[in-house]
Design a protein. Structure first.
Length: 95
């Protein structure tokens, strides 16, 4: 059985709670699922399986967890290989 709902928004999510209606989950775009607290979008799962957290979601998140195995943070990037090796780089090019 499928359950259908409207797209919702950050201020009025589709799936929410009766005692806290600006907290929940909504559709932020095609094949995208977003999470909201206090009426503001806080995290987004995109069509590629990437998870964006904080910042300007969709263009400049504070944290981007890539489905390919790397994590980007405001100010730098961290990659962990399948063998467990960790590489960290700052955006300004210095390590």
């Amino acid at each position: 059985m499928a359950v259908f709902s409207g797209n919702g928004s950050a201020a009025s999510p589709s799936f929410t709670f009766s005692s806290d209606t600006n907290l929940g989950i909504f559709r932020s775009g095609t094949d995208e699922l977003a999470f909201t607290t206090a009426g503001s979008e806080r995290a987004r799962l995109d069509a590629s399986g990437n998870l964006e957290i904080g910042g300007t979601l969709g263009s400049a998140p504070n944290i981007l967890l890539n489905a390919g195995g790397s994590a980007e943070f405001a100010g730098g990037e961290m990659q962990i290989s399948p063998s467990g090796n960790v590489a960290v780089a700052q955006q300004n090019g210095s390590d």
